[in-house]
Design a protein around this ligand. Structure first.
Ligand SMILES: *Cc1c(COP(=O)(O)O)cnc(C)c1O
Length: 391
C-alpha cells in the first residue's frame, strides 16, 4: 500500500459526508468585489475590515521598499535579516498602540507560538479560554506547560482554575480579544482582575480586535482602558491592517526577552521588504484616518440590523464578525451556495471549526462596503432564508 493511502481514504470519507470543500480561487485582488470562477461577486468573507489589502498607498509603499531594499530579507532577524525598515515598523506600531515596544513576527500564528512557548515552559501553567484560536491551542502544546481551560469568557471559572495553580512559578492567562467565529468580545476587565489577584501574566490575542476595536482601532486593551495591565498584546497585520505579519506589543523587557527566546523569531526568516513597506503605510493610514474604523462599525450596525429584521440568528456577535447560525453543516453549505448564486460570496463554517450543531455562514462586514453593497447582501439573505426555510 502507498504510504499516503490513508490520506486518500480520509478525502473519500470527507466527500461522502459532504464536507469536502474546494479552495475558492480569486481571479482579482482582495476587496469588496472579487472575481471567482469567472463570476463577479460581492465579497463578505474576507478579514480585510478596513479595505486596506489593495490600497494604492500601500501598493506604492511596497514597491518603494522593493526598490530600496530588494525582494527578500535573506536571513533571520538575529543573523542578517533585520533591516532599518523592520525596526521602523516596530517603532511605528508601538507608537500607534501606545506601548513601549513591539516585535513583529512572520504571522499572527507565529507570534502566538513565539510568545506563549517562550513565556512559559514545562513547570508552568497556562489558563486558556475554551474557545481560543487554534494557534493559541498549538502554542500551549508547544510550550509543554500544564494547560487548564476556563469556561468561555467566564472570570469566575478562571478564578476557580487559578485557585488550583498555587505551586506553579509562572502563570499565563490567555484569551482572544474578539472571538473569530462568534464575534463576541472577551470580558477583559474581569479576566485581568482575576489574573492580578493571583499574580498571573495576561496575554490577549487581538487578531480581530486590532484595527477594529478601541480608539482608531487600537485594540481590545484600549477599548476597555486597560493600558499597562495586559502584559502581551498580540495582533495580526494580516486582517484589518491589510498585509501580513503578527506583532507582540508590551514593554521593552518583553521585546528584548522575545528577541532571545521566541523561536519563530530566531529560526525563521524575516518579512521581505514589500511586506514591511506595505504594512508601514497601513499603520500611517490608520493613524491618520481613524474614521475608517467608524465607517466599519456603521456598516456593521446597518448590516446586522438588516439581518435581525429577517429573524436570523447571529449568536452573541458584538463586532463586525457576523455569524448566521443555521445548525447542520449541510444547511450552512447550502446557504453559502445559494448566496453565491445571488452574487454574494459568504463562506460556511462547520465542525470542527465550530460546534457540531452550530454550523453557520460567517459574514464579514468591511468599511469598504457601500450602502448599496450591504442592501444587496441583506436582500440576498432575505431570499436565501425564505428558500431554505431559515426564518
Ligand atoms: C487569524 C488569527 C490568528 C493568526 O493570524 P495570522 O496573521 O493570519 O497568522 C491568530 N489568532 C486569531 C484569533 C486569529 O483569528
Amino acid at each position: 500500500m502507498h504510504p499516503l493511502t490513508f490520506a486518500d481514504q480520509e478525502l473519500t470519507n470527507l466527500r461522502g459526508k459532504g464536507l469536502w470543500r474546494p479552495l475558492r480561487v480569486l481571479e482579482s485582488p482582495q476587496g469588496p468585489r472579487i472575481r471567482i470562477g469567472g463570476d463577479d461577486l460581492l465579497n463578505m468573507s474576507s478579514n480585510d475590515y478596513l479595505g486596506l489589502a489593495n490600497d494604492p498607498e500601500m501598493r506604492d509603499a511596497a514597491q518603494a521598499a522593493v526598490d530600496a531594499f530588494g525582494a527578500g530579507a535573506g536571513a533571520v532577524r538575529t543573523i542578517a535579516g533585520t533591516m532599518e525598515i523592520h525596526e521602523a515598523l516596530e517603532r511605528e506600531i508601538a507608537e500607534w498602540k501606545g506601548v513601549e515596544a513591539t516585535l513583529v513576527l512572520q504571522s499572527g500564528f507565529a507570534a502566538n507560538l513565539g510568545a506563549v512557548a517562550s513565556l512559559v515552559g514545562r513547570d508552568d501553567v497556562i489558563l486558556s479560554d475554551e474557545l481560543n484560536h487554534a494557534s493559541i491551542i498549538d502554542a500551549c502544546r508547544l510550550s509543554r506547560a500544564t494547560v487548564r481551560r476556563f469556561a468561555h469568557s467566564d472570570a469566575d471559572s478562571l478564578r476557580a482554575e487559578l485557585r488550583q495553580c498555587e505551586g506553579y512559578p509562572r502563570k499565563l492567562v490567555v484569551t482572544d480579544g474578539v472571538f473569530s467565529m462568534d464575534g463576541d468580545i472577551a470580558p477583559l476587565p474581569d479576566l485581568v482582575e482575576a489574573a492580578e489577584e493571583f499574580g498571573a501574566m495576561v496575554m490577549v490575542d487581538d487578531a480581530h480586535g486590532s484595527g477594529v476595536l478601541g480608539r482608531g482601532g487600537r485594540g481590545t486593551v484600549d477599548h476597555f482602558g486597560l493600558k499597562g495591565r495586559v502584559h502581551v498584546q498580540m495582533g495580526t497585520l494580516s486582517k484589518a491592517i491589510g498585509s501580513m505579519g503578527g506583532y507582540l506589543a508590551g514593554s521593552q523587557t518583553l521585546r528584548d526577552y522575545l528577541i532571545h527566546h521566541a523561536r519563530p523569531f530566531l529560526f525563521s526568516t524575516s518579512h521581505p521588504p514589500a511586506v514591511v513597506g506595505a504594512t508601514r503605510a497601513a499603520i500611517a493610514i490608520l493613524s491618520r484616518e481613524p474614521q475608517r474604523v467608524d465607517r466599519l462599525w456603521e456598516n456593521a450596525r446597518y448590516f446586522k440590523a438588516g439581518l435581525a429584521d429577517l429573524g436570523l440568528n447571529m449568536g452573541r456577535s458584538e463586532t463586525p464578525i457576523t455569524p448566521v447560525i443555521v445548525g447542520e453543516a449541510e444547511t450552512a453549505h447550502a446557504l453559502s451556495d445559494k448566496l453565491r448564486t445571488l452574487g454574494i460570496f459568504v463562506q460556511s463554517v462547520a465542525y470542527p471549526t465550530v460546534a457540531r450543531d452550530a454550523a453557520r455562514v460567517r459574514v464579514m462586514v468591511s468599511a469598504a462596503h457601500s450602502r448599496d453593497d450591504l442592501d444587496q447582501a441583506i436582500g440576498a439573505f432575505a431570499r436565501a432564508a425564505t428558500d431554505l426555510g431559515l426564518n
